[in-house]
Design a protein around this ligand. Sequence first.
Ligand code: TNX
Length: 515
Amino acid sequence: MFLTNRLLRVAAVTLLTIACTKHAPIATRPVSSMHHVIPRPVSVQPATGVFTFTESTKIVVPDGHVDAARIGRYLAALLVTGPRSTPGSADPSSGEVHLRLGARAEAGDEGYELAIAPERVTITAATPAGWFYGVQTLRQLLPASVEYDANVPRSRLTAPAGRIVDRPRFAWRGAMLDVARHFFPVQDVKRYIDLLALYKINRLHLHLSDDQGWRIEIRSWPNLASHGGNTAVGGGPGGFYTQQDYAEIVKYAGDRFITIIPEIDMPGHTNAALSSYAELNCDGMAPPPYTGIRVGFSTLCVDKEVTYRFIDDVVREIAGLSGPYFHIGGDEVQKLTPAQYVTFIERVQGIVQKHGKEMIGWDEVAAASLAPTSIVQHWRPKATAGLAAARRLILSPADKAYLDMKYHEEITLGLNWAGYVDVRTASEWDPERVVPGAARGAVIGVEAPLWSETLVHMRDVEFMAFPRVVAIAEIGWSPTAPAWEDFATRLGAQAPRWVALGINFYRAGEIPWAR
Ligand code: TNX
């Protein structure tokens, strides 16, 4: 049912002024740029002609709809340099870019229809997320120059005519950033969020604690941040997010339809916490901070009650700041017996549930008895046997989806314990074939983790993530895994946009990068 006609009659109109150079060359881009969208849409029907954005182009959004107004402004900011849009009175007949509410049953929660005709552009969706994804698709059909935010005059912008009907394959299309081994400040996280949004990723998992650093303020246990946040791999200065910083990240991501997943890794990977509070150690002695990259040597004292008061406080404080999920880590525990480990996970699961969150854990947690809402995140390539019974699975096989694996042996950044992961390897796998015997519907999606032992700056993060995170985005969204030549061509076509965005991407030799 289309509510749009009535809504458009009272539509709020955003006027756009587009900077035009006098003798701007008219872009002669092939209509086939419709075929360059990543993730590949469900259906693409190019038509003849183009829509041209002019000084008088308007974005028309349903009146009184806060999300639509925000998404309209987001689009306006792409089309012009600087915020030049002004809300005006409604005149739907002269509106040229319409965000419409409409429920196509097959579009699901996040789908959209983007119709581009020479007279107008219409993005129809049942939810704001769908509009946002329609805008991201439209963005990819515009020249890369829209990505420069410097105040440069823009040539006439055109988008090729046609119709795209689209919806995601999986609900969970994630990326993970390890801010514990090295700390990345709020502005870096926001930049990563912006880059992920372009490819319709909707989850950003933040690995907030590890042996080398605790990265979020916990008011009831202040030393975690003030002491535990003080260092990093290699002994750098570290850092942490205040709760206000964290809330700002959650809001920024939410505005881009990305849910932040907080992870506090336990019972292992906890040296930063153990070093901050002596009572969390079985021997009551706080170890020194750790700045190396070994794993498996630390554990919370699972036999002490204070450990569970600590966990309860941490989960409670973070639960109040973020969405429906809480990731408890649970990986690489070498200091506990299997029975101790399982008992611990089950008790912590109860704490997470008590605070109203759905628990996520790395694949080791599958050994415990899990609630139907709990999610297992597969990461160890050879450890799929015990996962068939999991009711909800996120797939991050390290030999395909780990962005910290080197592309090949000569890359100086990254690790190689799961092998080398070139772009083709990252793009050629089917999430529904990774865990033999997994129940139908158990796979809720994919996630691309980026561990930061070897990554110090945002430019390092970008180098490892781009282009591979885009391959994982495509696997998460598009109906089937991409055919390599088609994907490589579409990926190559992104290069001018990435240059405009200033992304320090790896120019993998197997991709025909567009100039
Ligand atoms: C394994 S993946 C880990 C991390 C490391 C990563 C490096 C996982 C759940 N644990 O602690 O950072 O390898 O690739």
